[in-house]
Design a binder for this molecule. Structure first.
Ligand code: SF4
Length: 129
C-alpha cells in the first residue's frame, strides 16, 4: 500500500510561489520566498506540488487571499504552472526587473537580494487587501 504523504502547504493570507529555476535569478526567487516566509511576510509554498497536481497545494493557493508569484525571468514558469492548475495569481514579480542577468551561476549578491526584496515589498503595497 502506498504511504499517505501530505503536502505541508496550508492556506495563508499571502502564499508565495517561486519558480526556483536552476540559474541565478531562479535561485534568488527561491531564496527570496524563503526570506519572506521566515520573516513572517506570507508563506512559501510548493510550486512543484502544484505542477504535480497536488490537491493540498492547489487548495491552499485557492484559499489564499493573495497569491504572489516570484519568477526569475519573463519565461514566467511559476505563473504558467499555477494558471494551468486553475489558480489566478494576484501579483507576479520578475527578478530580472532589478536588471539582474540570468546566468547559469546558481548564486547572487546580497545587494541583488536586497533590491529584489525591496521591489517585491513595494509592489505588494499596491495590492488591495
Ligand atoms: S521563470 Fe525563468 S528562471 Fe524561472 S524556471 Fe522559468 S526559465 Fe527558469
Amino acid at each position: 500500500m502506498d504511504p499517505i504523504v501530505e503536502c505541508n502547504c496550508t492556506a495563508s493570507e499571502l502564499m508565495i510561489f517561486p519558480c526556483a529555476g536552476a540559474c541565478s535569478v531562479g535561485q534568488l526567487s527561491n531564496d527570496l520566498a524563503k526570506k519572506m516566509s521566515k520573516e513572517g511576510i506570507g508563506k512559501m509554498a510548493c510550486i512543484a506540488a502544484v505542477g504535480a497536481g497536488g490537491p493540498m497545494a492547489i487548495k491552499a493557493a485557492n484559499d489564499a487571499k493573495i497569491v504572489l508569484i516570484i519568477d526569475g525571468c519573463p519565461m514566467s514558469c511559476a505563473k504558467k504552472i499555477v494558471e494551468k492548475a486553475g489558480i489566478r495569481p494576484t501579483l507576479q514579480v520578475l527578478v530580472t526587473d532589478i536588471d539582474m542577468k540570468k546566468t547559469d551561476i546558481l548564486g547572487y549578491s546580497d545587494e541583488e537580494m536586497e533590491r529584489a526584496f525591496k521591489m517585491t515589498l513595494d509592489r505588494l503595497k499596491n495590492v488591495p487587501r
